[in-house]
Structures are given as C-alpha cells and as structure tokens.
Design a protein around this ligand. Sequence first.
Ligand SMILES: Cc1ncc(COP(=O)(O)O)c(C=O)c1O
Length: 713
Amino acid sequence: MSNLSLVFQQVRKPVEIIGVACGEGAQDKRCDCGPDALRQANVCTRLQKLGLSATWAETIRPDSSADDTPLRVVKGICARLAQHVHASALQGKLPVVVGGDHSCAIGTWKGMASALRPSGALGLIWIDAHMDAHTPQTTPSGALHGMPLACLLGFGDDELTQLNDGLRLSPQHVCLIGVRSYESSEAELLRGLGVRVFFADEVSRRGLAAVLRDALELVQAGTAGFGLTLDLDAIDPSEAPGVSTPEPGGLRASELIAASAMLQGHPALRYVEIVEYNPLRDHDGVTADIVSDLLQAMLAVKPQAPDAKTLMETESRYGAHNYEPLPVVLTRGRGVHLWDDSGKRYLDMMSAYSAVSHGHCHPRLIEALSAQAQRLAVTSRAYYNDRLPLFLKRLCEISGQDLALPVNTGLEAVETALKAARKWGYKVKGVAKECVEIIACDGNFHGRSIAIVGMSSEAQYRDGFGPYPTGFVRIAYGDVQALEHAITPNTAAFLVEPIQGEAGIIVPPRGYLAACAEICRRHNVLLICDEVQTGLGRTGRIFACDHEAVKPDGIILGKALGGGLLPVSAFLARRDVLGVFKPGDHGSTFGGNPLASAVGLAALEVLIEERFAQRAAELGDYMLRKLRALQSPLIREVRGKGLLIGVDIDPARASARDVCDVLLQHGVLSKDTHHTVVRLAPPLIVTSEQIDEAVSALHATLAQLEVAADRAA
Ligand SMILES: Cc1ncc(COP(=O)(O)O)c(C=O)c1O
C-alpha cells in the first residue's frame, strides 16, 4: 500500500469521541464536568463541519454507589473505557478520549493495547506539565491522576496495573513532552526505566515541532502504532486557564496546535486523548477553543488556506483603497485577544474603534445572537416584532430619554439626529422655512455621509465630495463663548462629542459640557451629544455626559451597542424632539430588526451587570498613570478619560503609524489617528495585567524607535 493510500485510510477512519466524566483521580474533582462542557462547546460538531465523520459515542460516568473509594471508581471507569476503546479499534474507528482527570489514561492505553496486541506493541506520547509517575508509596497527595504513567509501566496499585491481563507499556515505547513540575522520586523511576523525557526547557530551546518529530520516531520504533495523551496543563495557563492543575509557564497553544498538524492522517496514530479540562476556570471559553483547534489540527484535513500575503494582495486587488490596514490578517478573537493566520496572539488595544467594548465573542452575546438568529432575524418595521419593544424600553430606561429610534451604523444615527433636530426647529421652535441652523465643532467626527462630511473641518474628509447641504455652522471645540456667539434665533441644535475621538482623543476643559447645556437651555437650542464612541461605559460613566451631570436633549449611540457583533445604533431624545417624526418621515430596512434588538438588549444588560463603566473608570485611571510614567522623549502628551486614551507622539521623532507598526510586532494592536496620536481603547473587560502587558510593549516600542530616531538625527 502506498504511503498516500495509508494516509487516506487514516483520514477516513471515523472518529469516535468517548467522554470520561470523572474527576475522582484528582484532588480538585471539578474536571469531571469537562467532557460535558466540551460537548456543549461543539467540539464534535466542529469536526463534523470539516467533513470528518465524527460522533460523540458515549460519556462514561462513575457508578453512583457513594461509598466507593477513588481507587475503585477509577478502576471501574478504566475497565469500561478500555472495553469501549478496544471495541472502537476493532470497528476500524479512531477513538478520541476526552477526560476527566488523567487517571483515565490507564483505561485508554490498555483498551487500545489489547486490541492491537495481535499486530504488536503500542507506543505512547505523553504531553504533560507533570510526570504522573508516582506510585502509592511515593505520592505526596494520594491523588491517582499523579500515577497513571507509573501504573502503565507496571508500578502501582495491583487493581489498576492488572487491568486487561496486566498489559504493560514498555519504557522504550513511551516519551514525555513538556514536563516542568515533578518530584525526584518520579524522575528517578523514569530515569531508571530509561523513559525519554523532553523537559520544558528542551522544548523551548529546540521548538516543539523538532521535539515532536523525535518523539514520533521513538514511539513508532518497534511498535504497531502509538497513542497520544495530552494533559491540558502542558499549555501555559495564561493561554489555557481552564485546566485542573495549572502550572506557570508551559507550551504556547499556537505552537502546540501547529505541531499537532504533524499527526494529521498519520497512519500509526491509534488514539488521541485530551484530559483535565476544567470549564469552571475557562471563563471565556479559550481553553475549549484550544481543544477544538487541537483536534482539528490532528484529525482533519484542512483545505489549504491562502497565506497572509495572498490575502492582503487579494484585498488590495479587489477592494477599494479607502483604508490603509496594518499588515496583519486576523482570523480569530476571544475576549481582549485576537489571533492572526499563523496563530500569533495579539492584545487588542483598539476594540474596532470602541465597537468591541464587550470583548470579542462575549459568550452571552454570542448566545443571544445565535438563539435569535435561529428563531427570527429580520422582518422590517412593516410589522411589530417581539424583541424591539424590549430593546427600546431598556435604551430609554438607561439613558433617561423618552423615545428611541433604532438604526444600524453611527452615521445613520447622526443623520437621524440631524433630521429630527431640523424638523423640531421648524415644527416646535418655529424657525422660518429652510432657515434652520445646526452648530457643530471644529475637529468633529460624526461619520462619512455627504451631510456629515459637509460639517467636517478636515480637508481630506471633504475633498471631492461637495456640494454640501447648507445650514451648518462650525465653532471651536471646547470654547463656550464661541457657542454663545454662534447661536441665532434659527439655531435648532448644537451637536457635540463629549470627547473628540477621531480628532485625537481631545478632552475639552472641565465644565465645558455643563456650560454648553446651560447656554442651549437658555436659547431653546437642543444639546445633542454624539456618544457613538464615548457612550456605554467607555469613559468611566455610562455616558460621558454623566461626568458633568448633563442630560442632553438627544443622545446618539452606536458601536458598542451592537456588542461587537452587529451594527446597531440609535438616536434617543425627548418626546417633543423624536415626536416630530410621523410614519414615513424616516426609516431603515434593517433598523430595529429582531436580531439587532436581541443583541443590543443583551449588550446593555452585560454593560450594566459586568460594571463596564466602573471598570473603565478604575482601569482607565490605572492605564493613564502607567502611560504617564513612561517618560519617553517620543511622547508629547498622554490624554483621555476612562479607557479612551490617546498617546500623542512627537512627529519630529516618529509617526504614530511607526509606533503602531512596531507595537504590532510586540503583539499589541492599536491604530494611529491624525498621524500623531496612538489610540489605546481596549475592550472594557481588560485586566490590569493586560494593561501592564500593553504598556510594557509600548515602552519597548518607544525605546526601539528612540534609538532609530537618534541614529537618524
Ligand atoms: C463620535 C462618532 N460618531 C459617529 C461615528 C460614525 O460611526 P459609523 O462608522 O458606525 O458610521 C463615529 C465613528 O468613528 C464616531 O466616532
């Protein structure tokens, strides 16, 4: 048989997943719920979607007689597991065992070894932070999950070593990878037997791929095949926190996933086992994702994906060049992290211009999205739906406004506000026909429609797009007197960002907004705050207006309202303002659709329950303090509020784009604005440790650029 057809045969072997919902061998028994959680996380379904024949055959659970000792429970589990694995092998299937604690490795190996016995011995690759080579005599904890390797080698309790006719693993057919925590008695036992151990320092020195290649040779020499057992604690807990006994340091998940692809279609691979998943520590599902990715890498035949260079060239060839992205192709996101096509992980300090305040793929929002998508997504406003009213009610409760009008993107909500303000000017304030004026600020950014760029002071945003609608007046931002002077009897509204984001995180003088509110009230002018970027917790209060106890006549929301999943925006206002719209005056096909409403509602609930505003206030202060302590000659100023921060770079020494490019190499994603400002606006779920990480990456970046600037000078 040619190598190729062997490969095909292996690839086509149906995968049979066997869960082992038992944590009796561990001190912390909570990894017993690991298999069920992984099943719910669609580990099997994801394999099926890749075209693999995969089934979740069974989840073995302890017998429920309460006074059984852990040893008896583990023995019972291993015996049943061995039977299942044996049967699965005889049916030509590839068993994938999902633990539970690592004591199940005894049953898995013994079941496969007995099925394979007529053809030869069974080797084993054991990837683990620990050696699992204690015996009942040497164990400090008494926990059986510290003993399975010794047991398979014939050292341990008779009840376990004697399972399946006392079949034993030969020391020369097994190797350990990634060990970094062990007792001397274990090391002595394995050394005495001649077991090859690739300690963590050897792995980091040589690279996991090189070590795995050696291991594969070793476990195949003189065997009829090999199994692979992986204790998830082998991975660095900063990347895979959902394990039962985390140990600092360890393998990089991306390196392990990449190296695992070596097993893809391997003709001698007899089984795969992944154990010690603890969902209670896996708050954002990252570890479950790693399990899925590992199984996909080991078992599935992936179609050759285009590489990053090809993807960037394709986008450049077929897409209009209205953006200039940083050279990174992102493929996955979770929480505050994003991954590129090569598996490299980045800290997201951009949050898609503050649209991802909830973090990437927030589990509650994903749940709301998928549940609603499967029920009802888009109906148009030609009918009522059962989600929109709840969303509107919550929006009004949170903002203290009377009415809300849902649309999709930020600019649509701004347009809605402009239309409402004009109509209010004519119908309520009584401005003469075609004479209404709206005041905006220099440096504003409210979106990119023709009316909106018409209000802009930025030459590039306007160039080539005129003629523009009239009726807009611009004044200096942060200047109360300028507002007072600009108001005429025809002024309907003053449109303002509480902090100017796109302009470079410009924070106006203290008291500015409150003074504007007073002036507007005195002149019967609507104060409309564009909180598309600053709203929903970003600056340390639910609305940035709250810092000055200002209740505007209208608020524009967008970005984070869609939970980082969908475009959802709204204009909220007093009854007399939004009340000017009659059916047919304004609308949007997708605005207020059930899917957007369900996600928007969930985004608001998460915002309140997870205290985003308080987090942004505390962590924003922390981040500002750390950034201000950096003392780099490249920094002109650090400014911002909450987690909306700008670092102003001295253009004589470097551009903000240079900083973002080097930050990218250091694993941090940011984006420049106006050539001199690096914006730092992480998801509001960021932790102080992640902020430390980002600040030290910026520190290293600035030091690097400082040397380059000095050299150039
Ligand atoms: C304050 C503000 N308003 C409006 C917008 C426009 O939002 P969108 O890009 O969703 O149209 C933005 C976008 O950055 C913004 O920052």
